[in-house]
Design a protein around this ligand. Sequence first.
Ligand SMILES: Cc1ncc(COP(=O)(O)O)c(C=O)c1O
Length: 455
Amino acid sequence: MASNSPPFPATADFDGDRLVALGGCAVDDLAADFGTPLWVMDEADLRARMRAYREALGDGDVVYAAKACSVVAVLQLALAEGLAVDVASAGELAAAQAAGASPQRLVLHGNNKSAAELRAAADGAVGRTVVDDLGELAALAELGEQRVAAGRQPGAPASGQAGGPAGTPIDVWLRLTPGVAAGHHEAVRTGTDEQKFGLSIRGGLARQAVDTAVAAPGLALRGLHCHVGSGVVDPAAFEPAVDAMVGMLAEVRDRHGIELAELDLGGGLGVAEGWGDPEPSIAAYGKALRAAVEAAGAAHGISPPRLAVEPGRSLVGPSGVTLYAVGSVKQIPEVGTYVAVDGGMSDNPRYALYRAAHPFTLAGRSAAKPAGEPVSVVGKHCEAGDVLAHHVALSGLPQSGGLLAAGAAGAYTQSMASTYNRVPRPAMVLVADGDARLVLRRETLDDLLRHDVAL
Ligand SMILES: Cc1ncc(COP(=O)(O)O)c(C=O)c1O
């Protein structure tokens, strides 16, 4: 089941084909008050998505993938709505901690965790550490042994030398690759054996890791994890991975007599990217996953584990809109029209990276000329590949100073932004009930130069 409403947040107000307000705030006022480009996050839409996920998962866990948007206020909303948070670096961990996340609600990822990140895991900074390879497993097992040993010392404090709970092993999941390809682009298909993440089931690394983790006194193996890809619009695409993962749980039981109680199936649900695209239903996705786990459990003869998912894009993507001011409008005879905006690949590299699409619309009240052929929306950077979209059919041709809006822009924009050409990164506002709250300051030129050390 999927719906066909415009690929903009639920509170988006259109006048004809123009986006005029978000969260009760006129977009012209937002642009005037906060400048452009501006990331706008719709609080009501975001909270509704978070609640939909919790409902869809029932007694399972929804672990927000902070990599999609790691702004502290967004993480605070996730925590307030009862979600846990997945972090993939010390920086994301710091953001989640700044948002007030307790360790029990944090999951640590990463295919090449630094010594400091592993130490943070051993210090008890996170509730689950997701092990990505055998070397990391060995390092963590050693840190865990030290933590266990710290609990045995006479007069040992409640917290071990490493700061984690002394005497207890480190709780881990193993990230496995079930040999399943899903996702909208090669760069985001992470469930197959021939990419950098995880421990391959087919290649035998998964079995080796399970054997090692089970035998390690410093580790408590709590469950298994996989993330097969991103931008998946049909939940049925997850079924082969579910079967492979539940099959692995059965294998662990058969080989070690242990029923692992937790299964994290990662993120990956897609979103509507264009006008008229159906919006994949979070409820249908949850139902499909739970049914698939149930069926695989029955097939492999094990009781269904506690389920977790790690949505990123489908949680925050549709709630975000980027507002741009139009600058040059260049009509090249026999080629086409380039509408240049005041941002580009620095605030959204997704089209340049993997041709990810966003719906564009005229925004605000400023005049436009009659529409001609579809246009290309390009940025201001010194790169021919600085394109946000090709073949965009707008209801009018915007003029310099007019506003353009990109929908489905809440995920992997702020978090992937750069300062290419020393262009400061945009501000973000959270809009709700006619109120706009600044949750991310616009970078200044001083910010950009802060780390330079002149000769
Ligand atoms: C381990 C893991 N979990 C969750 C996600 C979130 O995926 P999505 O934004 O497609 O939901 C990713 C994305 O890269 C990931 O690598």
